[in-house]
Design a protein around this ligand. Sequence first.
Ligand code: DGJ
Length: 689
Amino acid sequence: MLEISDDGRTWLLTGPTSSYAVHLTEGDELLHLHWGPRVALDDAEALAVRPLPEYWPFESPLDGREEYPVEGGPRFVRPALSVRTDERRGTEWGFERYETEGDELRLRFCDGGLSVTLHYRMRGDVVERWVTLDNQGPALELLRADSATWTLPDREDWRLSQLHGRWGAESRLARSPLTYGEKVIGSRRGHTGHQHLPWVALDTDATEERGEVYGCALGWSGTWRIAVAQLPDGRVQITGGAGYDDSGLLRLAAGESFTTPVFAGLWSDGGFGGASRAWHAYQRAYVIPDADRDRPVLFNSWEATEFDISEEQQRVLARRAAAIGVELFVVDDGWFGTRTSDRAGLGDWTPNPDRFPSGLKPLAEYVQALGMQFGIWVEPEMVNPDSELYRTHPDWVQHQTGRKRTEFRNQLVLNLARDDVQEYLWERLDGLLSSAPIDYVKWDFNRCFTDAGWPGGPYPQRLWVDHVRALYHLLDRLRAAHPGVAFESCSGGGGRIDLGVLSRTDQVWTSDNTDPLDRLAIQHGFSQIHPARVMAAWVTDSPNAMLNHRASSLRFRFVSAMAGVLGVGGDLATWSEEELAEARERVTLYKEIRPVVQRGDLYRLRPPRGGLSAVQYVLGGETVVLAWLQAQSYGAPVPALRLRALDPTESYECLETGEIHRGAVLVHHGLRVGLHGDLDAAVIRLRRI
Ligand code: DGJ
């Protein structure tokens, strides 16, 4: 809901539990008024007439209070907007008008020929904000154009939560007190990056289920930055957008415009758990395509076969996958060009004639005849120097004249800002999806930008932004032309996970780390912002060959992977009959709990910190608990799990044991899960009776 004061200078957006208000002063300063629990327009107007504090000349009363601080004038905070023309730098804007369209509010300001429009839209309790810049004046350089600046209320002792990591160790939650100055996270790598998810949360005293939490998440899959600043008077602002540095995002010629990505903000008073559930609900309702459709159980060939693949061997795996109940069979890297290792073939998107002499169609049809969907792996934005594509078009990669072309994993990055590159990829991928009955594409991205140049092309800095736009365009075009095909975003695991890519992909590859114990921490972090519905997790072989050689039971591996979109990535050809039978049982169980896991509300009962950890999903009267015991020490009994979101006055049947539990007992005293020793795990289903 959007309400506007009679004088047209105070705007109030309201969601189911929260409100957001801004006010334009007589001097055309756009001030932040309120972000938090629901308030009335009268409350917002009362806030609007409160005078700004008076400061000595070394501080500005605007700092920490403006909705979108521009560079220039009496401001010392990090500007959200920084613009340079040949003559001057900074912005001195005047308010032009406000507009509404549906539930979207637009506040339009002008500085000469440059118009700056701030967009606001409430989606549930998530405020979506973005900015459009339209230049009708002389050319200018956009040094920085953030999507939004978020202002937190006056409180003491703010704490910052962030999701950090690296390859094989993504999205781990870190929580630390905020101190004066700035904390900056981001990526200068050309993709979202394994190092930080573009999300932060701020609280003062929240617990998992109680207290106020503010969160912000950016929908951008390229270079980005979020800066959290605690100002000299203790006020906190968060500003973020595309691009890492302030050294030039784009050049805007006369007549050109730029739209920033969306920066979404959420207030919740339900603690970290409540905030996560609100983020999940928002993504399922507004971001993720077809989120009401459950994702199938997949098999992926990567860990089983790596580059050593053949059609016959994939058929063997497919038969075994079908036998354990897999619904989608995905052939990973190695099926195309001369791709028999990571040294060659990227860019040549036609089936390897030695491995697939009649193309992919026979295998795809074979897989489908087994009752499964068929998927393939691609990495379209890359090229190996040893490929037909590179030999034909060496100028199609990002590079700078006279400088070396840095290879990572023996590959270079294609310059997707070029129309001819985009067209080539469209033709190849559209052709590929038309050549065989392909239901699923795992879209990978395995290196960062290092030589982001475009000799002879437009001002090179455009390339950072245009690469992402081209990726989005390509995905959108492929989705429109092949509506039955689902897409997975992968970047060496979780290197490209954000709201931008999630709005055009069906799930993401969470991490190349498939060790089921490490995964608990990775998944715990991931769940702070993103729902289980997109979090792909595979059961692989034991000991874990990729990362740490840790041995774990099939039960533990399955229960760990059941917390998201279950997949199997082990070498099924080597699994014993007993293992295959157990896998079949567990896949069947997952299919039963899948609607609750993928569409239910998530409650994190205990974080993975060494002993017992557990999550609970609730959908209507159905509850699923997944519990893991990392290690039992000193013979201590494993604590009971106090469940959430159950009705204390109702009774619940445990589908595993047939026992009837009273809701009040489960909520106040907990469920005993009967785990022992090391790396034990259980699935418990409860049904309200
Ligand atoms: C990185 C991905 O994360 C893996 O799952 C696999 O697809 C490899 N790339 C293939 O090269």
